[in-house]
Ligand binder design. Sequence first.
Ligand SMILES: Nc1ncnc2c1ncn2[C@@H]1O[C@H](COP(=O)(O)OP(=O)(O)O)[C@@H](O)[C@H]1O
Ligand SMILES: [Mg+2]
Length: 302
Amino acid sequence: MTTAPATELLGLQRPGVTVTGLLPDPSWATRWDDIVVADEMKRRLLGFGLFCLTQRGAHSTVGLPVHGLALLSGPPGTGKTTLAHGLANEIARTMSERGFAQHTLFAVVDPHSFPSEFLGESQRAVSRLFNDTLPELAQHGHPLIVLIDEAETLAVTRSRASFDTNPVDVHRATDAVLTGVDRLAEEHRNVLLVATTNDERAIDRAFLSRVDVHETFELPPTNVVARILVDTLSRLGVRLSAGDPQITALAAVCVANGADARQVRKMVLQAVVSNGVDLALAPEQLRVDHLSAIVDSLEQTR
Ligand SMILES: Nc1ncnc2c1ncn2[C@@H]1O[C@H](COP(=O)(O)OP(=O)(O)O)[C@@H](O)[C@H]1O
Ligand SMILES: [Mg+2]
């Protein structure tokens, strides 16, 4: 086993993947704390990640078939990618606190390295990722959390693959993902894969069946939108309560218009920047009226 200190691996780039985090990193804490989802979801994800990275090594993959694969699915703008980062940091923080590992590596798979338009290329690239690159990273012995963002680009449902593009390649690339996930699970128990998708139906069923924990993200309901509005406003120094009837009313309009959490946060920004120089330079002066005008425009554009 080649054991490089974790600190030397940060920034390491290999075909298809880059080590973007040496965790825990206190500046990543907001990616966990500020994403509003059910507490149980956070608890399950954290429990799963910790179990995988600390306990799984002692069990056979037949008796306890853990692949070390979590899937976060749901509409865009609901916090999947951000929470995947936050989860990695929270796992790393807990493992460091409890003396399991001082550092955890966080690596991100680059979907652009798998160009489906080139016949044969994507299959080779995917095989290389799972058979060479990730095992090489894992061999350093540090816990490794790998984000496969928008996994539908990698594990395309074979039944939906378009037969006039490059069906053979799509099938082979998906097969390469599946055998790769199996091999990683078998040989490298220090790896946790966190995949996200905006379109679960586009993911191959065989990939889905390997998922150990599947969490579904939803568009935020009124009380969550209200919390996100209040949280975003507080960043600008505007203090309001989520129970404030004006905020609840705005949140209800957001929900009625199908706004996602990212849009909700951006509406606060829009309210600041579309009301003149004075407000842009002193955003703490923002009032609910400014925000109402933006939220109302949601209704008009529908
Ligand atoms: N559930 C949420 N709670 C609070 N903020 C959220 C939530 N979901 C999204 N956001 C905001 O939108 C941004 C983008 O979310 P992102 O993680 O990219 O969503 P996704 O990956 O589901 O498209 C976040 O960084 C955050 O500012
Ligand atoms: Mg995302």
